[in-house]
Design a protein around this ligand. Structure first.
Ligand SMILES: [Zn+2]
Length: 450
């Protein structure tokens, strides 16, 4: 006789086995999070973890799986629809990626504008050497109510006349027209220089707020203040000799510029270091092969670094000590308010629209923006791999918000690649954070010692 109850039980057990079987032998994809998405990228990246050593293919290409199950694989996308099949012995997943053509912008034309004076409408307005929003063309940050002469336009930018043959560019939205205001040109009042602790300070005073530029020269920092309303050759240049390790800042109040060049202290006990754990809270950062989030590993390293620096007597400021959301602007503000000497931003890398090469897109890279931060970046790019066992991935420059100010020596460390299976073997180890922190401490020590 057919035992209905018995066969149901057998079916149930079979179902359980099958279900747990999938869990033992299956794989998980952590990136991308959507099965259908649109991109302008040339490559689609797949990051995940296999639960056993079974083989995985993506569009029939065998995928390298590290001993911890981590894998990452990029697929070349063609314009339009791309179907990507991820297969293991037990399951197949299908992703639909639509690649859109990148829209090329039409270059606006240059037009003359009747020469007139306008006012900068807020603090921290970039003055650029070209009418384009790229970090490396910033020649200074203007203050609110600075008077600038404009005489041309291109797209969203006005051309600023600084002196004979010297022009710069400012966003149209960063100025207001000058109505019913005193139109007499500014005149020079006085200039002074003084030494204060580890800093050289020069002041220069005018009857009005004038534009300025900064140039980090061979041996000195050159601050130039332009008074083009008075004469087209009216430029005041202040040079301050720079020490070996330095940072600088500028303030302006009622026509009085203060230019300050500071020396990085030579002892750990005199040093103020801002430790910036990248991302946090609602911003997870990159996703790793094992499903881990960049923000958590960044914080782990930052907390280890906090410990080890505090032990040495360093004054440490943390941008975050838990999993909270904090804006880039606030991170910079915190550093400026606390007169930081060094700013260390901690991240782990991902890749953009490139083909992933697990032997090349691997290891520690260190970014800097200003010349004054190059040496620390160069030292850290060696000291971290030495201590943490990562591969060296180069010293690089990038216009990133937290390292753009010259108010401190600022570096951004991409400790390892979240999405590299070989790096995931390293960064998921117990002592990885400690070893990175030690590498950073070693780097700071050799940076400040002569
Ligand atoms: Zn990051």
């Amino acid at each position: 006789m057919f035992n209905y109850r018995f066969s149901r039980r057998v079916l149930f057990i079979l179902f359980l086995l099958l279900f747990s079987g999938i869990r033992v032998f299956g794989y998980e994809i952590f990136y991308p999070s959507e099965k259908n998405y649109t991109t302008t990228y040339d490559y689609g990246l797949f990051v995940g973890k296999a639960r056993s050593s079974e083989s995985i293919t993506i569009n029939n290409e065998k995928v390298f799986v590290a001993s911890n199950g981590a894998f990452a694989h990029s697929v070349k996308l063609r314009e339009g629809d791309n179907r990507v099949f991820i297969r293991s012995n037990y399951s197949t997943k299908v992703y639909n990626i639509c690649k859109k053509k990148e829209v090329t912008k039409v270059q606006p034309e240059f037009k003359e504008v009747v020469e007139h004076v306008v006012l900068v409408n807020k603090d921290n307005v970039p003055l650029r050497s070209a009418p384009e929003d790229i970090g490396f063309n910033i020649i200074s940050y203007l203050f609110k109510d600075t008077r600038v002469i404009i005489n041309g336009e291109k797209g969203n930018y006005y051309r600023v006349f600084l002196s004979k043959d010297k022009f710069a560019w400012i966003l149209k939205s960063d100025i207001i027209e000058f109505v019913n205001a005193d139109k007499t040109p500014a005149s020079f009042i006085n200039t002074e220089s003084q030494k204060y602790k580890n800093a050289s300070i020069q002041t220069i005073s005018f009857t009005k707020n004038l534009p300025y530029t900064v140039e980090d020269g061979e041996k000195e920092i050159l601050f130039r203040v332009y008074n083009p309303e008075l004469s087209e050759n009216s430029v005041y240049t202040l040079n301050i000799l720079k020490p070996r390790n330095y940072f600088y800042n500028v303030t302006l109040k009622d026509g009085l510029y203060t230019f300050k060049v500071s020396e990085v202290p030579k002892n750990l006990e005199d040093l103020t270091v801002v430790i910036d754990a990248g991302h946090g809270g609602t911003e997870g950062g990159a996703v790793g092969c094992l499903g881990d989030r960049e923000k958590d590993i960044n914080l782990r390293i930052a907390l280890e670094l906090q410990n080890i620096l505090k032990e040495k007597g360093v004054n440490v400021i943390m941008t975050r000590e838990c999993d909270g959301t904090i804006s880039l602007k606030d991170r910079v503000k915190l550093a400026k308010e606390n007169d930081a000497d060094i700013f260390i931003s901690i991240h782990l890398n991902s890749i953009g629209n490139i083909h992933l090469n697990r032997f090349q897109n691997r290891g520690t890279s260190v970014y800097y923006f200003n010349k004054n931060s190059k040496e620390l970046a160069t030292i850290l790019e060696k000291s971290i791999p030495k201590s943490a066992g990562t591969q060296r991935d180069g010293v690089k420059t990038a216009s990133l918000a937290v390292i753009r100010p010259a108010n401190y020596v600022g570096v951004l460390i991409e400790t390892a690649y979240m999405i590299n299976p070989l790096d995931s073997l390293l960064y998921s180890q117990e002592d990885f954070a400690k070893n990175v922190a030690k590498g950073i401490l070693d780097g700071i020590k050799s940076f400040i010692s002569e």
